[in-house]
Design a protein. Structure first.
Ligand code: FE2
Length: 485
């Protein structure tokens, strides 16, 4: 009786603080992430994340259901308090459990007993299921082109998508995510003018680009490295402590640095590199920033072991930001990631997705062996040029010949930030010998359909036009053959 009386009082008192917090409950609306992967879990884990104002008395709830089953509650904890002392907010990360692999599900978020958000999602596919994924890069610039690419990506209805780094411009700040990423990738309605409700309904993954790393200077960018709060990936990377070699250096006044590192400690620097399986594919995301020396034996061993362990994967895909093989004049010298070509080839990687260069490029299938520098080392340093010997598969064309001999490298960095060197489109004389296709006069993303041992890769423009298409197939016994590599 007492509770009912209080509710009535509130209703008659006009708009209350509670009502306004229900009308606008989120700083960042809910979106889906894979999260860390518990070992030996038979189900397909998904997490729903959101950001909300710091209200100690807020009562949040999340329900989920698949098919005809009744709504069942997820376990919601209070939300982690993060942010600057004068702008604290709560970061929620709620696991949705017992989802069928590859299955669609519905979820709803309630506050004070009232549903304030609902969406449909899709769980990670199991080994035998076909799937479609999209990839773009260099995107969160709040441009008309970014919105059109996101809209077209939504139209393609991928099961999940990846961003090959430079997720937000220009220094990886949470303020930039809130302005240039979330409103566009999680727009309420799909339209070429606004973006699309993509991340609320599909898993997404991102590589750590140079703009995501930002300045590393807390005095300039106090909310930098927002990647480590925004995303939630498997925590299986090689480094678990700040200050280790090949991890980003962050600087600032001692007290602020301590608070910042404390805030991101559960994911930084571990999450700069990670891997997971999706359907019959294995995915490895790498940190290609220049503070990482990929000639380092520990790091190379981590990568080799990660790829070798994926014995049951038919396909192996690798994503990092800086392309080793690029024909644009822009960023041509930043070749540091050529140093891992031998590992990728030896461990049977099929496709590599890069960004950094704001256009679309596809190489011929290639093998590359780096030459040692004059000091007899492979240690990389400015200007990051890596010379070596190439072997190119000249016969693969993705239609008559669909079996590449070597790794195919894709630059898909035309996701919204200003296009580079548009005059190089169709200007073959300006391309490196390893380049097969280069489109730089239109914004675009990649979409790939995987059905067993066959995949079809298409590059789609911001207007929905097909710019490129290849098919890759593996011999019928490829699963077993791949397992042996
Ligand atoms: Fe970049």
């Amino acid at each position: 009786m007492l509770l009912a009386g209080l509710a009535a009082l509130t209703l008659h008192a006009g708009p209350s603080a509670d009502q306004s917090s229900l009308d606008n409950p989120f700083i960042v609306k809910p979106y889906l992430q894979l999260g860390d992967l518990p070992k030996l879990s038979p189900s397909a884990p998904v997490r729903v994340l959101w950001q909300a104002p710091n209200e100690t008395d807020a009562r949040w709830a999340v329900d989920v259901r698949q098919g005809d089953e009744p709504w069942r509650p997820a376990i919601v904890t209070g939300g982690r308090l993060v942010g600057a002392p004068d702008a604290l907010y709560r970061l929620f990360s709620v696991p949705l459990t017992r989802l069928e692999p590859g299955g669609e599900f519905e979820y709803r978020v309630s506050k004070h007993g009232q549903v304030v958000f609902s969406a449909r999602g899709k769980a990670r596919a199991g080994h035998g299921q076909p799937y479609r994924f999209a990839v773009t890069g260099d995107t969160g610039a709040n441009t008309d082109q970014e919105k059109r690419v996101v809209y077209q990506m939504h139209r393609a209805q991928p099961d999940f998508f990846a961003i090959a780094g430079d997720i937000v411009y220009s220094t990886g700040r949470m303020a930039e995510y809130r302005e240039k990423y979330f409103p566009i990738y999680n727009a309420d309605e799909p339209s070429p003018e606004t973006g699309a409700p993509l991340i609320r309904s599909r898993l997404s993954f991102g590589a750590y680009g140079n703009h995501d790393a930002g300045t590393g200077d807390l005095e300039r960018d106090p909310d930098g490295q927002a990647y480590f709060l925004t995303w939630s990936f498997p925590l299986n990377g090689p480094y678990n402590e700040p200050g280790l070699p090949n991890t980003q250096a962050i600087k600032g006044p001692a007290d602020r640095l301590k608070a910042h590192l404390g805030m991101i400690r559960s994911t930084f620097p571990r999450m700069a590199n990670f891997s997971f399986d999706y359907g019959n594919s294995h995915w490895t995301f790498l940190d290609s920033n220049v503070y990482v020396d990929w000639s380092d034996a520990y790091l190379r061993n981590w990568l080799a072991r990660d790829l070798a362990a994926a014995r049951s994967a038919t396909w192996k895909f690798v994503v990092f930001h800086h392309p080793g093989f690029n024909s644009s004049r822009a960023h041509f010298n930043e070749q540091q990631m050529r140093l891992i070509s031998d590992i990728l080839e030896h461990r049977g990687v099929d496709l590599v997705f890069n960004g950094h260069v704001h256009n679309y490029q596809r190489t011929k299938p290639l093998r590359f062996l780096a030459k040692a520098a004059p000091d007899r080392t492979f240690r990389i340093r400015a200007p990051y040029v890596v010379d070596g010997d190439f072997e190119l598969d000249e016969s693969f064309d993705g239609s008559a010949d669909t079996t590449p001999d070597g790794v195919v490298y894709i630059v898909t960095g035309a996701g919204g930030a200003g296009a580079y060197d548009p005059d190089q489109t169709d200007n073959v004389a300006t391309w490196q010998p390893y380049t097969m296709k280069l489109v730089s006069d239109v914004y675009s993303f990649t979409v790939v359909d995987v059905e067993g041992a066959r995949l079809t890769l298409k590059q789609i423009s911001e207007r929905g036009d097909e710019l490129d298409r290849i098919v890759i197939t593996k011999p019928a016994r490829s699963s077993a053959a791949t397992a042996g590599r």
